[in-house]
Ligand binder design. Sequence first.
Ligand SMILES: Nc1nc2c(ncn2[C@@H]2O[C@H](COP(=O)(O)OP(=O)(O)OP(=O)(O)O)[C@@H](O)[C@H]2O)c(=O)[nH]1
Length: 223
Amino acid sequence: MTGTAGATATRDGEAPKRSPPCSPSYDLTGKVMLLGDSGVGKTCFLIQFKDGAFLSGTFIATVGIDFRNKVVTVDGMRVKLQIWDTAGQERFRSVTHAYYRDAQALLLLYDITNKASFDNIRAWLTEIHEYAQRDVVIMLLGNKADMSSERVIRSEDGETLAREYGVPFLETSAKTGMNVELAFLAIAKELKYRAGQSADEPSFQIRDYVESQKKRSSCCSFV
Ligand SMILES: Nc1nc2c(ncn2[C@@H]2O[C@H](COP(=O)(O)OP(=O)(O)OP(=O)(O)O)[C@@H](O)[C@H]2O)c(=O)[nH]1
């Protein structure tokens, strides 16, 4: 028996009941990439956001590139974030460069306990300017903020670098979840704003938004 797409099977003679038309479970989609040196916590950051879990134990470096989807709701709009987790190791760079072009947002991570990962941020930004779209949204993240006793990069150093490049900055922890959701929500809000969905709203500034939420987070435990 041949069937009709979207129809539910019935007894002979009865009109087939049609399924409701497929409606996508999101209003907008955006591609986000996680970048930064190997070991800064990109995979853990993504898993914390997607599943609310932290992978501790043996570190397994990402090979190539992988992605996960998550739909977030901002101001009543569902934004599907397609999040690409890249390998930080140098030998995979040529693979990941190919994915920069159609990314709308890049989360660039360093590890606050690893000076080299912070020093390499300028080289990452050079690569981004070479391979990504000119108007790509960039956010700088100082990860592993839970490891305060091993900190070698001060928060002010991250802030100064971010200001120099005109990008928003957050310290985060993929272990505790600190500021993980805020980073993605800020990106989703910016993508929504850029898509013109908020034409009647005052203009959205991602750096101001992140700063205001950071202040709320330090005063009222909001993440
Ligand atoms: N304490 C703490 N450890 C973390 C955090 N994020 C990641 N780690 C640990 O750091 C190590 C590296 O984490 P990954 O997420 O695999 O690093 P990555 O940046 O994806 O590395 P590549 O795949 O090689 O690019 C793992 O042992 C994690 O458990 C964090 O926020 N706090």
